[in-house]
Design a protein around this ligand. Sequence first.
Ligand code: NAD
Ligand code: MG
Length: 393
Amino acid sequence: MSDGPPASRQRGVAVLGSTGSIGTTALRVLERQASRFRVAALTSYSNGTLLGEQAAAFKPAFIGMVGNGSGDAQDGAPDGAQRGWHHGAECLVEAASRSDVDIVINAVVGAAGLDATLAALERGKRVALANKETLVMAGDLVAQACARGGGEIVPVDSEHSAILQCMAGRPGVEVRRVILTASGGPFREWSAERLANATAADALRHPTWQMGRKITVDSATLANKALEVIEAHFLFGLPYDAIEVVVHPQSIVHSFVEFVDGSVLAQLGVPSMELPVLYALTHPDRVADSGVPRFDPVAASPLTFEPVRTEQFPALGLGIAAGRRGGAAPAVFNAANEEAVAMFLAGRITFAQIASAIEHALEAHADAASGNRDELLAADRAAREFVRGAAAC
Ligand code: NAD
Ligand code: MG
């Protein structure tokens, strides 16, 4: 436990995607931890009104809005770009590369976060990574950027934060297996017939977590858990055979680690992203004034576990198979999923068509070249075009 460094040693933090679910959670955490951290940069895609309020409250040196503020609001709020703000997709890399930034919280949704993750790692910074799509599409490139620049990734995803905390610095050879918990999402108990008619409104009604729209749909299809299995593979260097998934509807146990001697550790807590965000900032230290509600085992009872109904949720198996296949397959899985989810949310395809779009995109593009960033981005684009084209037929 540490009492916090003096103000002169405050660490500079860039929050990419500050207007989103994780971004606003991160700013709540940073406000409480103002003696330890200073917000140096904020970026969003749009929602200039909220970004402006955040800028007034935290006074960062850098403010970036990827959209041009001309009413292209992606998250439903009016835009309101102000003088001195940076614009365009480059502002993510600019924010992530600044010399006054020590930690980049990447809370952008989707593949758009890739270059910022790579830039921060190349410059030796810590990336507090919520943007799991980055690691899924380009795990090897991200590892190379870490090695070259001396940066480090600390996961924000609650399951991976749990695994990191349970591993507590022990060598990987001591780990036999990890078990990621999944809430099961809103459709955990739905029949195949009912699932076929699930609407976007149904999918957006998550039982335990309040999150952005894309990850909420990913939680309903279980594509999110596939992304997390691939994320665990890259973060912890685990073979796919050593990564399992169990459904835990209460979302209190955030994941398990089984060690070679048979001992199993788990990390528990209320379903709030505040603690994983805070831990990604302070790791390996812990701070006393987290503001996180105290754990009450009686109130949390009962804790239950179930197998995944894999036939009803084919996106999970498709994603894990893409991870095992490697190369461009995880990037194609991710891109096809992003595109299909956007189309589902727009009412253009059904819930079941999300998984079939992913399956067909993988059949067509999984063997695309994947040796460098540009090839991966080409595979990403081809998968998106394929999904859009298939839906137009
Ligand atoms: P969100 O949709 O609420 O917020 C996304 C943020 O990214 C917004 O600030 C938006 O303006 C910005 N953004 C969107 N598109 C962009 C683009 N093309 N370029 C730059 N910025 C862009 O999403 P969220 O729920 O906060 O999720 C963010 C990331 O965190 C995702 O990768 C998600 O999988 C991951 N994650 C979220 C949670 C959660 O509880 N919400 C938990 C674990 C992991
Ligand atoms: Mg998660």
